[in-house]
Design a protein around this ligand. Structure first.
Ligand SMILES: [Zn+2]
Length: 326
């Protein structure tokens, strides 16, 4: 048997064997390797992870986004930073330029009016303009085609990047590759994979790392996203709901014991998976069932993630005051 690191030993004590999951929704709290007295210690960074807002001019979406931001700002312990997990707008993959810009204008207006907390953005598939060319009416040669529109609107120089905060290193990924009228493939291309590998190699081994992606790298949520997941005695899972390059990423991550947490959204459900010594958390969605209430087992909400100096964390998913029928 392989030598087990102290971290793995700790997590095996807490979590059992190789894989443990906590799923479902409403309000879910989980901590990263700590129990009891250790939770009394003071965090060094508090993040509000808001993912899948999917704002649009119609219906109750704009008011819902406002209510979520108001709930974040009303927290007794104000978060230091908001992570926008992607899919900020309803959709631009298959939308015209005008429709896309209308949604972004609304996103920016609401942020300007409701948000005073620094925000770090991750790009979601629906933030990418025009990859579904026949529906969007795009040619591919437009200056803001594809990822460029999201980068322009979110003020990003690159679709993936890193930043350091409170002794942690954060790596923000772009989970999507272009795939014709199908839209996107959930995977890193070779260029981004090599960049990620280089970033991990260059990180001091004592620096804890958190990775933020729009699409989950490892998740159990695809099992509950649709009603019928078995066809001809095989699993009939939706390929877009998790990274298809999961095994390549697993192999890379196995070389870096300081990767502690991977946060994602996209599937509008919550789970927590422990695999190979790393915690993977999918943090539901702000919009729930695309602004029509609860989605499967998950109410609209966001997560508060606290990071500690010793490389541990806790994650708490909470709902906010929003009633789609009001
Ligand atoms: Zn998505």
């Amino acid at each position: 048997m392989e030598k087990i690191s102290r971290r793995q030993a700790l997590q095996m004590t807490v979590a059992g064997a190789a894989g443990v999951t906590i799923g479902g929704c409403a309000t879910v709290s989980s901590s990263g390797g700590n129990t009891g007295a250790e939770q009394e210690k003071k965090s060094v960074l508090t993040v509000a992870h808001l993912t899948d807002v999917h704002v649009k001019p119609e219906g109750k979406a704009a008011m819902g986004m406002r209510q979520a931001l108001r709930a974040v700002h009303a927290l007794p312990n104000r978060p230091d930073v908001i992570f926008n997990g992607g899919d900020a707008i309803m959709d631009s993959l298959a939308a015209s330029k005008e429709r896309t810009e209308e949604q972004w204008a609304l996103w920016k207006q609401i942020l300007k009016e409701e948000n005073t907390i620094p925000i770090e953005h991750c790009i979601g598939n629906h933030d990418i303009w025009g990859w579904q060319k026949s529906k969007a009416g795009t040619t591919g040669s437009e200056p803001l085609y594809g990822l460029k529109m999201a980068m322009e609107q979110l003020g990003l120089e690159k679709p993936y990047r890193t930043f350091d905060r409170a002794g942690w290193k954060f790596i923000v990924l772009n989970s999507m590759q272009e795939r014709g009228d199908e839209g996107y493939l959930p995977a890193l291309d070779d260029e981004q994979f090599d960049w990620l590998s280089g970033e991990l190699d260059a990180s001091p081994k004592e620096t804890p790392i958190c990775i933020l992606s729009h699409i989950p790298i490892i998740s159990v949520t695809p099992f509950f996203f649709v009603k019928n997941i078995v066809k001809d005695h095989n699993f009939n899972l939706i390929g877009a709901l998790a990274h298809q390059d999961v095994q390549r990423i697993r192999d890379l991550f196995a070389k870096h014991s300081n990767i502690r947490l991977c946060l994602s959204g996209h599937d509008h459900l919550t789970d927590r998976v422990e695999y190979n010594g790393i915690t993977y958390i999918c943090n539901g969605s702000v919009c729930g069932n695309w602004w029509k209430g609860r989605f499967v087992d998950c109410d609209p909400g966001f997560a508060i993630v606290r990071f500690y100096a010793d490389g541990t964390f806790d994650n708490h998913y909470q709902t906010y005051d929003w009633d789609p029928s009001a």
